[in-house]
Design a protein around this ligand. Structure first.
Ligand code: NDP
Length: 340
């Protein structure tokens, strides 16, 4: 049983020396527990925050201890009622090959666990419960519908648009009646994907020129909603293009996660006055009441292929750290998954 430990708190970009892969005994499940052999691990941008000592919404990872994260695996021993050997479960004890955990922290998953999905022709793979139908999917759904108060006819701009959350935000907006959806991403290949496969109306590569100019060109009549995954000059550009009554949902600010000095704020906040604009941050953890509605509504779109998704799959527990760093670098298209 191999598991990843955090050795030291990274300063700036995480380095290989900050982590170690440790050989540990396979844990023995206690009363009310299940033993899970993990099949898919999730690596996510928020994990960078948990590597630092600073208090945030999730407690820092402890030094010298195994890290945590979303995972899906197969139950290979069960001392708990209601979960059988052979069941697949979603849980939060990732970054390791085997996990013993209280059954109350395990959620059964699989095509048959999602009633809305089971009736459709296409099976939904287990890894989808870490991405398009999992935490990142709910983030897209709650942030767009609740925080950004999306309504039909809105012009929507989303950054990080080829990533897990962003690609779902853009497609949900289209499926729910946006009048125009614009995305930004960090490569020409990703931009092509947004327009040709995901049905975005326009997209641009933020590395090809100033975001504000490229956004003005893509949204000549302004934007009503900005779903922010990136922060920095993207946020300033979005404020600059905001229409009357525009809403900005702050989901993430990946452009600053490895900064050692605070980044300057948007210089044009005063525009919120004349536009009566609103900026609001949100955490997916506060919106799990929407989970059933999300799965009922989005599950069939995923199963039917109306909502497309990609995964970037890295194989082997030993490559988990590289996969995580890859997310920060933008190596991924769609959800980054580690397959064991
Ligand atoms: P993604 O799949 O979107 O992967 C991250 C992407 O960020 C990379 O692929 C990269 O794509 C892009 N990126 C990296 N650095 C920069 C930069 N300097 N400027 C612009 N883009 C950059 O990850 P997720 O979908 O899992 O997460 C997206 C965002 O949502 C993150 O900010 C994350 O922290 C946030 N989040 C927030 C939650 C909440 O509850 N509020 C819950 C889940 C996620 P590219 O090639 O385009 O640069």
């Amino acid at each position: 049983n191999r598991e990843w430990h955090l050795l030291s708190r990274p300063v700036g970009w995480p380095k290989a020396e900050d982590f170690t892969l440790v050989e540990a005994p396979v844990p023995t499940p206690g009363e009310g527990q299940v033993l899970v052999r993990n099949k898919y691990l999730s690596v996510d941008p928020y994990m960078r925050g948990r590597m630092s000592a600073a208090k945030s919404y999730a407690a820092p990872f402890e030094l010298g201890k195994v890290m945590q994260g979303g995972a899906v695996g197969e139950v290979i021993a069960s001392n708990a009622e209601g979960i059988e050997v052979g069941d697949h479960v979603l849980h939060f004890f990732g970054w390791r090959e085997y996990a013993a955990l209280d059954a109350k922290h395990a959620v059964k998953v699989g095509p048959t666990s999602v009633p809305a999905v089971k009736v459709e022709a296409r099976d939904v793979p287990l890894s989808a419960f870490l991405g398009v139908l999992g935490m990142t999917g709910l983030t897209a759904y709650a942030g767009l519908l609740r925080t950004a108060a999306f309504k039909e006819g809105d012009v929507v701009f989303v950054s990080g648009a080829a990533g897990a959350v962003g690609s779902e935000v853009g497609q949900l907006a289209k499926l729910l009646g946006a009048s125009r959806v614009i995305g930004s991403a960090g490569s020409d290949e990703k931009v092509k994907l947004l327009v040709e496969e995901y049905g975005f109306d326009a997209a641009f590569n933020y590395k090809n020129g100033p975001v504000s100019e490229q956004l003005r060109e893509a949204a000549p009549d302004g934007i009503d909603v900005y779903f922010d995954n990136v922060g920095g000059d993207h946020l300033e550009a979005a404020i600059g293009s905001l229409n009357q009554g525009g809403r900005i949902a702050v989901c993430g600010m990946i452009s600053v996660y490895n900064n050692t000095e605070p980044a300057p704020g948007p210089r044009n906040l005063a525009r919120l006055i004349q536009t009566r604009g609103r900026i609001e941050g949100f955490l997916v953890g506060d919106h799990y009441d929407l989970q059933p509605e999300f799965v009922q509504k989005v599950g069939p779109w995923v199963a039917s292929g109306e909502l497309k998704y990609r995964e970037t799959v890295v194989e082997g527990i030993e490559n988990t750290l590289e996969a995580f760093l890859g997310v920060l670098r933008g190596d991924n298209i769609g959800k980054m998954i580690v397959k064991l």
